[in-house]
Design a binder for this molecule. Structure first.
Ligand code: 2AL
Length: 243
C-alpha cells in the first residue's frame, strides 16, 4: 500500500517533521512518502494562504494518481482543498483536522483545539461544525506562535501544554486536539504532561487512510467527488486541465 502525505506548504523542514511522525505509525506493508508542495506559501495561517496552497496540493495529488498512490493525507490543519483533492483521487483523501476531530470524539465527550495564531481559530471552528457533533468542540485556543516558529524546544512545549491545561479547565473538555501539523512532534510530551488524550492529526490521518485502504474503501466517484469535468483553465493554471 502506498500512502502519500502532502504538506501543502512549501517548507521542506516541516515536511521532514511530518514524514517522521507518519512513518512512525504507518506500520508494515505501507510505503509512505511525504511531499512538499511545489508552489504556494511557506506556511498556511490565513484564508489567503489556504487558497494559494490548493493548486500545489492538487498538483501533488495529480502526480500521485499517475504513480498509483493508494491514499493521501492533507497535512495542514485547515484541510485546504480537501474536497477538490477527493475529486482528483481514486483512493481515500483524509485531512488532519478531519482525522483529529473525529478521533477526539471517539475517546472523549468534548475536545478543545490548541492552534497557532488567533486568526486561524475561525477556520478551526468552521471545520468542527463539519466534523464533530454539535457541542463536541468546546473551544479553539491560539498559542500565538507562528507555524514556522514551532519546534519541540521546551519553551514551545510548555506554552502549548499550559494553554491546553487552561483550555481543559475553562472549556470542561476531556481531550486536546493539536491544531497544526507542525505540532506533531509535541504530541507525546503533551499527552504525558496533561494526562488526557492528545490527538495529532498527522498520525491520526495516516492510520485512517491505512484503515480505509485496507477495508477496500475508495473515494466514491458516482456523486460530487466524481472526476472534475474536462475544460480549459487559463493563465498560470493552464496545466490544471483534467483529461
Ligand atoms: C497549519 C498547518 O497545519 N500547516 C500550516 O502551514 N499551517 N495550521 C495552522 N493552524 O497554522
Amino acid at each position: 500500500m502506498h500512502i502519500r502525505v502532502v504538506n501543502p506548504n512549501t517548507t521542506e523542514s516541516m515536511t521532514a517533521l511530518i514524514e517522521a511522525s507518519a512513518r512512525a505509525v504507518a506500520g508494515p506493508g505501507v510505503t509512505l512518502d511525504a511531499v512538499t508542495s511545489v508552489m504556494g506559501p511557506a506556511s498556511i495561517e490565513s484564508h489567503y494562504d489556504e487558497a494559494l496552497a490548493v493548486p500545489g496540493l492538487l498538483a501533488a495529488v495529480a502526480d500521485g494518481e499517475r504513480e498509483g498512490v493508494d491514499g493521501y493525507v492533507v497535512a495542514c490543519f485547515g484541510d485546504p482543498g480537501l474536497d477538490a483533492a477527493r475529486e482528483l483521487a481514486s483512493g481515500p483523501v483524509v485531512g488532519i483536522a478531519e482525522a483529529a476531530m473525529h478521533a477526539a470524539t471517539l475517546v472523549g465527550r468534548a475536545f478543545s483545539v490548541v492552534t497557532t495564531l488567533d486568526r486561524t481559530r475561525g477556520r478551526a471552528h468552521d471545520l468542527a461544525t463539519r466534523y464533530a457533533p454539535a457541542g463536541a468542540c468546546r473551544g479553539v485556543h491560539a498559542c500565538d506562535i507562528p507555524v514556522l516558529d514551532l519546534g519541540s524546544d521546551p519553551a514551545v512545549v510548555k506554552r502549548v501544554v499550559d494553554l491546553a491545561r487552561a483550555a481543559l479547565d475553562r472549556d470542561g473538555s476531556d481531550v486536546i486536539v493539536l491544531g497544526c501539523a507542525g505540532m506533531t512532534d509535541l504530541c507525546a510530551a503533551a499527552q504525558a504532561e496533561l494526562g488526557v488524550p492528545v490527538v495529532d492529526g498527522v498520525t491520526a490521518a495516516t492510520l485512517l487512510v491505512r484503515s480505509l485502504v485496507t477495508l477496500g474503501l475508495r473515494t466514491s466517484k458516482t456523486g460530487e467527488y466524481a472526476r472534475p469535468l474536462t475544460k480549459a483553465y487559463g493563465g498560470m493554471l493552464v496545466d490544471f486541465e483534467v483529461l
